[in-house]
Design a protein around this ligand. Structure first.
Ligand code: 5CA
Ligand code: ZN
Length: 412
């Protein structure tokens, strides 16, 4: 599947520090140091509705990781999927009376435009679930060969007991797992399963639903097998970071890890990294709740995408927070001040700001700390609290490429 066009990323004259990110499984900040490129897999959208600010926050968060690694001198290989066939997409298509493929293509295209406007670096491989069905079939056969798959009527299930490391990614107790599994697409009540937590890996054909030929009969792959197969084929056996929002900690990332580990015998990810949930009007922003603020709607009302990006950068990627209109207007005002200060050319000394921005991002992607350093430089340069400091003749020339490469903000 086609990705979007990446913005240019300026090369920096300095090398940023190695990047530490918080790993959900160990609960610690880790610096992954494999040989070769850093391997990043981030779970992509289910394209049945437009990109909301929660999605945008998550993808901007992982964009900071991609950028921080590159600024630290690491090559990065980045893969993202599109869940272009799944229950919520099919349900929405039926409800609104459009063809599911058309809906998926339309919303994926809107997502590409949103990501491009927000200056998110594109993945090297952008892979749809439908186009990777042969990969999922191969993967299910590997799991069958390992004795980890069983049949319930026309459906195939994966046995969570097959992976001795099951539970290590989320660290949740069984009650929490059972609750979340039921809430997030699982079927704990299905009769005939060995363990209520076992997820479906091949869903036999249902009337009115799309289906594909396979050695197990007509049907379609389960959700977790899709990401496991794509990640293993395009990056595996062990990725540096498996990423997504915190609503994917369980069951999705636990099950992906299990599928991959049983198939390969190797750990699936060195770190599992999760972005916090963005809320609006007191609740998690979600398609099912309908309390959404769309990136495309803001763009259509002439909001500068850089103001949206700055509003997102004001929050730490791991915290849960509320999107507010005030936050967006504040970011638009701040951006105007930043641009004014940078347009002067000379300003307060830029060296320490560069150091602080790069250090903050290498320290678990601390964008609020990085942007606060820029605020202080802007205030000193404009003389907001006294005399304007113009002692660094090269200040803007030094800072602009750093704000671009590290924060993804184009401020010219
Ligand atoms: N297609 C699957 C992943 S394979 C999926 O979860 N799609 S999604 O469209 O529902 O979400 C896309 C990404 O946005 C996921 O990483 C999800 O964790 C994240 N996300 C969803 N809602 C929010 C929110 N309110 N705040 C932050 N991130 C969110
Ligand atoms: Zn996924």
């Amino acid at each position: 599947m086609r990705a979007w066009t990446s913005p240019e990323m300026p090369a920096l004259p300095v090398v940023a520090p190695p990047v530490a990110v918080h790993d959900t499984a160990s609960g610690r900040a880790l610096t992954t140091t494999s040989d070769g490129p850093a391997l990043l897999y981030v779970c992509g959208i289910t394209p049945y509705d437009a990109t909301h600010l929660g999605h945008a926050a998550t993808y901007v968060g992982f964009d900071l990781l991609n950028r921080a690694w590159r600024n630290a001198g690491r090559e990065v290989r980045y893969v993202q999927n599109v869940t272009d066939v799944d229950d919520p997409l099919l349900e929405r298509a039926t409800k609104v009376g459009v063809d599911w493929e058309e809906l998926a293509e339309r919303e994926t295209e809107l997502f590409r435009q949103d990501m491009q406007a927000l200056r998110v670096l594109a993945p090297d491989a952008y892979i749809g679930a439908v186009e990777s069905i042969p990969l999922a079939v191969d993967m299910i056969e590997r799991l069958q060969a390992a004795g980890a798959v069983y049949r319930v009527e026309d459906d195939l299930y994966y046995s969570v007991a097959a992976d001795p490391a099951f539970g290590d990614e989320s660290g949740y107790d069984r009650d929490t797992m059972l609750r979340l599994f039921g809430e997030r697409g699982g079927d704990p009540e299905r009769a005939g399963k060995k363990d209520p937590l076992d997820p479906v890996v091949w869903r036999g054909e249902r009337e009115g639903e799309p289906s594909w030929e396979s050695p197990f009969g007509r049907g379609r792959p389960g959700w977790h097998i899709e990401c496991a197969a794509i990640a293993l084929t395009h990056l595996g056996p062990t990725v540096d970071v498996q990423g997504g929002g915190s609503d994917l900690v369980f069951p999705h990332h636990e099950m992906c890890a299990g599928h991959a580990q049983v198939a390969t015998g190797a750990p699936f990810a060195r770190a599992y990294v999760h972005a916090g949930m963005v809320g609006y009007d007191g609740e998690k922003m979600s398609k099912s709740r309908g309390n959404l603020v769309f990136v495309s709607a803001l763009r259509n009302s002439d909001i500068d995408p850089m103001a949206i990006r700055l509003a997102l950068l004001r929050q730490h990627y791991r915290s849960d927070w509320e999107w507010t209109d005030d936050g967006l207007w504040q970011a638009a005002d701040d951006l105007a001040q930043w641009r004014r200060a940078l347009s002067l050319g000379a300003g307060a000394p830029a060296g320490p700001v560069v150091e602080e921005v790069l250090a903050a991002l290498a320290d678990d992607l601390d964008a609020p700390r990085a942007t606060a350093a820029v605020d202080r430089w802007v205030a000193a340069t404009l003389g907001t609290d006294g005399l304007a400091d113009t002692s660094d003749r090269e200040a803007a020339v030094t800072l602009l490429p750093v704000l671009d490469a590290a924060l993804g903000l184009s401020l010219v």
